[in-house]
Design a protein around this ligand. Structure first.
Ligand code: ZN
Length: 219
């Protein structure tokens, strides 16, 4: 059976435009994790990445076009570090995040991604209660599926990990059902890094032993 490949990208940033062009060109599926409560009405420089690049959030007015055909997942309304805020605030940020996305995109939103990777037993329970079927952490493990706890779903690999291909080939050799990678498109800065991403997606799409899948379909 073909190994399923899934990928997801966080934060609703301008660089996603360059990324989705690559993904569409190679017929790759992907999920984008958004926090609509902090999305500006129009494009806006929002923070600095490693002191070398301004990260721009996309404007709300362009989100439907940019993410047309991709899966949308909840990254909480305001990107709060959920274990660090009060339970009431955490519960609200999770629930409102999902409601805003479902209303805005007019489709069910069933996936969750912990802002900053922060989670706890209590937060996991809140995410499940709010109706999500999986929640991604920022931990990377050799084998991601089936997850011990769907509300603590780890991925196999960050997209820029130096051992990306050895992890991928090992997962294939060991007949893992799923290979899952993630990242932020703003982490790509140079044209070489973008070309590497293009080549990576091309190689994955061309692999006869694999097929792209949508994250919610795995549950
Ligand atoms: Zn984030």
């Amino acid at each position: 059976m073909a190994m399923k490949i899934v990928q997801c990208w966080d934060d609703g940033v301008l660089d996603d435009i360059r990324l989705v062009e690559i993904l569409r060109r190679h017929g790759a599926k992907a999920s984008f994790n958004l926090n609509l409560g902090t999305q500006p009405a129009e494009r806006k420089a929002s923070w600095r990445f490693r002191d070398i690049k301004d990260v721009w959030k996309l404007g709300k007015d362009e989100l439907r076009d940019v993410y047309q055909g991709f899966t949308i997942a909840n990254h909480s309304a305001k990107h709060l570090n959920l274990p660090k805020v009060s339970p009431e605030e955490a519960r609200e940020d999770i629930r409102v995040g999902r409601d805003l996305l479902e209303q805005f995109f007019g489709c069910p939103v069933t996936g969750f991604v912990y802002p900053g990777g922060g989670f706890s037993d209590e937060v996991e329970a809140m995410v499940a209660e709010a109706g999500h079927i999986y929640a991604r952490t920022t931990r990377n493990v050799a084998c991601s599926f089936p997850p011990e706890r769907p509300m603590a779903l780890h991925s196999n690999c960050h997209f820029a990990a130096g051992d990306f291909w050895s992890r991928f080939e090992l997962a294939k050799a060991e007949n893992h059902p799923v290979f899952y990678f993630w990242g932020h498109a703003y982490e790509m800065i140079t044209d070489d890094e973008w070309a590497a991403m293009d080549a990576k997606i091309a190689r994955l799409s061309a692999d006869p032993d694999c097929e792209w899948a949508e994250l919610p379909d795995l549950f």
